[in-house]
Design a protein around this ligand. Structure first.
Ligand code: ACM
Ligand code: ZN
Length: 573
C-alpha cells in the first residue's frame, strides 16, 4: 500500500484539533502538522476534531491483561493531563464497526490484522482503534499521543501530574484528536537499535531511558552489545572472574591518540537480576532484547579474566585502546567450548527472545596460525584452505556452528555480523550486514541470493557513532566519519535486490558504538534526531515522503516532544 496523506476538508475552516498544541489551527496547516513519525501507511485527515478528555473508553474484553493495562494507563495519563476523569468500560466484542454507543474511543481486537498492525478511525460518532496484538495496541496509543496536543507528554516523563490536577502547562489545552482514517503496519518485523555498553558502561536507568524513546517511535528490537575487548558487562555465575576482572579496564586512550592512557579505571556490569529487570521493562514497551556475546574475537576482557582460554596463555589486560585485537579465544582448546556453552546457556536463560547475537566480526587469525592447539584442531577437523577461504576461517565457522547448536538446543536462532558467512554457515543463521554498500554485490546480494535472512546495518547509513555533520567544530568527538540525518533518511534498500532477495531482508538497525562517547547526554545526542529517520525507514520501508516533509515534521512536533521529555538532541540541519 502506498503512503497517503490526504486532507479531505475542502476549505480552510477554522478548527481546534490536536497534533501540535492547543491554538486554533486552519485546515491549511493541519495536514503538515499532523504528519506522524513514523508516517502511518495510510493517513487521511478529515474536517473536525474529537474531544478525548472527560470521556469514556470502551475496551474489548478479549484483549489480554497487558493490553488492557496499557489502555488504562493511557486513560489515566489523559485524566492527569486534562484534570478530568476518563472512564474505561470493558465490553464484549461489538458488532459492526466496533464503535460503542456513548464511548468516545473504542478499542477492538481484530484478528484479521497482521501482527503489529492497527487502524484508527475518528469521526463525529467517536473513534475506533482496531488492533491485532499487544504491540499494535502500543502503537495505536503512540499514534494517539502524537495526534493529541504535544502537552500530553508533560505528564509522561515520570513526574506524573497529581491525579485530577493538571500540570500548569496542560491548563487550557483542548484534548482533541483530528477526525481521521489511519491504516498502519510496519514494513520490517525487526526495527532495531544497538547500544554498545562494553566500551562505555551505562546504568540500568540509562538503558531504560534509551528503550523508552525507541518504543515511542515504534522500534521493537534492542541489540545489547554486552561484551568486548574493553569490558565484560554481564554476570556469569560459573565464571565470576569475568566481572571481577573483565568488567574493569585500568585506563582508556584519550581522544584518537592510540598511544595515550588516562589511567582512570572504567567499569561496571549488570547482575543477572538487573538484566531480568531490563528484559521485563523492555517487554512491557513491546521491545525484544537481542543480547550479544561477541565471539571468538573481541574477547580480550574474557582473556584477562581467564588467560588459559587464549592461544598464548597471556597475561592479558582488559584492553584500553580501541581497534581490533590479535588476541582472540583459542579455538583449539576444549575449555573454550565449555566456556562458550556455559556463558551462552546462562545468558540465553535470561533473554526470552528467539535471536541471540554471537558477534563473529573482526576475528584476526594470526594467533590461530601459530597456535599448536588451533592447528591440531584444524588437522582433526580436516580443514584446509579452499575456495579462497583459509583453514582458519573454516575453524571460525566450526566455532560458530558449535554455538549455533548450543543455542538451537535452547530454541534460539543465531544472528552474527556478516563475517560469519565467510566459508560455511547454517542456512537458519541470520546475517547482520554492516560493511557498507561498497561490498554490496559480493556480500549482501550473495547472502540474500543464498537464502540467508539479513539484518541491515550498513555503516554508511546506520552507524550513528559517526558525526552528524561534516563541520566537526559543532560536533562532539566521534568516530571520524559522517552520517547526516538526510543521508540516513535517503537510504534505499530496494535498488540492488530482486523481490525474492528483498524478502530475506528482515529489518534495519542503527548501531551506536561507544568508543568516542563521553557520557549519557552524548548517547542521546548521537541517537536523536537520527532515530526518527531510522524509525521511518523501518516502519515505512521505501514509501516515505521526501526529506523536507520529514524534517519539517521532526522540527515542528518531535523536537517539542524531546524537549518535554528532556532528551538531548542535535538541533541543526
Ligand atoms: C562492527 O562494526 N565491527 C560490526
Ligand atoms: Zn589456539
Amino acid at each position: 500500500m502506498k503512503f497517503r496523506m490526504l486532507l479531505l476538508a475542502a476549505l480552510p475552516l477554522v478548527l481546534a484539533v490536536g497534533c501540535g498544541g492547543n491554538e486554533v489551527r486552519t485546515t491549511d496547516n493541519i495536514a503538515r502538522e499532523c504528519a506522524l513519525i513514523p508516517f502511518p501507511r495510510v493517513f487521511e485527515l478529515q474536517e473536525g476534531g474529537l474531544y478525548l478528555d472527560a470521556s469514556t473508553f470502551a475496551v474489548d474484553s478479549r484483549f489480554d491483561n497487558a493490553s488492557k493495562e496499557k489502555i488504562r494507563e493511557f486513560a489515566s495519563l489523559l485524566s492527569d493531563c486534562s484534570g478530568t476523569r476518563v472512564r474505561i468500560k470493558e465490553l464484549a466484542p461489538a458488532a459492526g464497526n466496533g464503535s460503542v454507543e456513548g464511548a468516545s474511543l473504542s478499542f477492538v481486537l481484530d484478528d484479521s490484522l497482521s501482527p503489529e498492525e492497527y487502524s484508527l478511525d475518528a469521526g463525529p460518532q467517536g473513534a475506533v482503534v482496531r488492533a491485532s496484538d499487544y504491540n499494535s495496541v502500543l502503537y495505536s496509543l503512540a499514534t494517539l499521543r502524537q495526534l493529541l496536543p504535544v502537552e500530553i507528554y508533560c505528564c509522561s516523563d515520570g513526574s506524573r501530574c497529581t491525579a485530577g490536577v493538571a500540570k500548569s502547562s496542560c491548563k487550557g489545552v483542548e484534548w482533541t484528536i483530528p477526525f481521521c482514517h489511519i491504516e498502519d503496519y510496519p514494513q520490517y518485523s525487526y526495527r532495531g537499535v544497538m547500544l554498545d555498553c562494553s566500551r562505555h558502561f551505562f546504568t540500568v536507568d540509562e538503558v531504560k531511558r534509551f528503550l523508552d524513546i525507541m518504543a515511542e517511535y515504534k522500534l521493537n528490537r534492542f541489540h545489547w552489545h554486552l561484551t568486548d575487548d574493553q569490558g565484560w558487562r554481564v554476570e556469569i555465575k560459573k565464571y565470576p572472574q569475568l566481572t571481577e576482572v573483565g568488567s574493569v579496564r585500568g585506563g582508556t586512550m584519550v581522544g584518537r591518540d592510540f598511544d595515550s592512557d588516562d589511567g582512570v579505571p572504567h567499569g561496571g556490569f549488570y547482575t543477572q537480576d538487573e538484566l531480568r529487570d531490563v528484559v521485563a521493562y523492555a517487554q512491557e514497551l513491546g521491545i525484544t532484547i537481542v543480547p550479544e556475546v561477541d565471539l571468538p574475537g573481541h574477547m580480550v576482557a574474557a582473556l584477562a579474566s581467564y588467560p588459559e582460554l587464549g592461544c598464548t596463555g597471556g597475561p592479558y589486560d582488559v584492553r584500553r585502546i580501541w581497534g581490533i585485537a590479535d588476541d582472540v579465544l583459542c579455538a583449539g582448546k576444549d575449555a573454550t567450548y565449555r566456556f562458550l556453552d556455559d556463558v551462552i546457556n546462562e545468558i540465553a536463560d535470561i533473554f526470552p527472545g528467539e535471536l541471540f547475537h554471537i558477534g563473529g566480526d573482526e576475528c584476526p587469525k594470526v594467533r590461530w596460525e601459530n597456535c599448536p592447539d588451533c592447528q591440531a584442531k584444524i588437522a582433526e577437523l580436516g580443514l584446509a584452505d579452499k575456495d579462497g577461504v583459509s583453514a582458519e576461517q573454516y575453524l571460525q565457522n566450526y566455532v560458530t556452528d558449535h554455538v549455533r547448536q548450543t543455542l538451537a538446543a535452547k530454541g534460539k536462532r543465531i544472528i552474527g555480523w556478516e563475517e560469519i558467512a565467510e566459508g560455511n554457515l547454517d542456512k537458519n543463521a541470520m546475517v547482520h550486514y554492516w560493511r557498507g554498500w561498497k561490498s554490496v554485490e559480493e556480500t549482501l546480494c550473495k547472502f540474500t541470493a543464498d537464502g540467508y535472512d539479513v539484518l541491515m546495518s550498513p555503516t554508511n547509513f546506520f552507524y550513528i557513532d559517526y558525526a552528524q555533520s561534516e563541520d566537526r567544530s559543532s560536533e562532539p568527538l566521534s568516530y571520524n566519519s559522517t552520517l547526516t540525518i538526510e543521508k540516513m533518511y535517503l537510504y534505499d534498500s530496494t535498488k540492488l535486490l530482486s523481490p525474492e532477495q528483498l524478502a530475506h531482508v528482515k529489518g534495519v538497525q542503527a548501531n551506536l558504538w561507544t568508543e568516542y562517547i563521553a557520557d549519557w547526554k552524548q548517547i542521546e545526542y548521537m541517537l536523536l534526531p537520527r532515530m526518527f529517520a531510522l524509525s521511518c525507514i523501518a516502519w515505512d520501508g521505501d514509501e516515505r515522503p521526501d526529506f523536507e516533509t520529514f524534517m519539517d515534521e521532526v522540527r515542528k512536533h518531535q523536537f517539542q516532544v524531546l524537549d518535554i521529555l528532556g532528551y538531548n538532541y542535535r538541533k541543526g540541519n
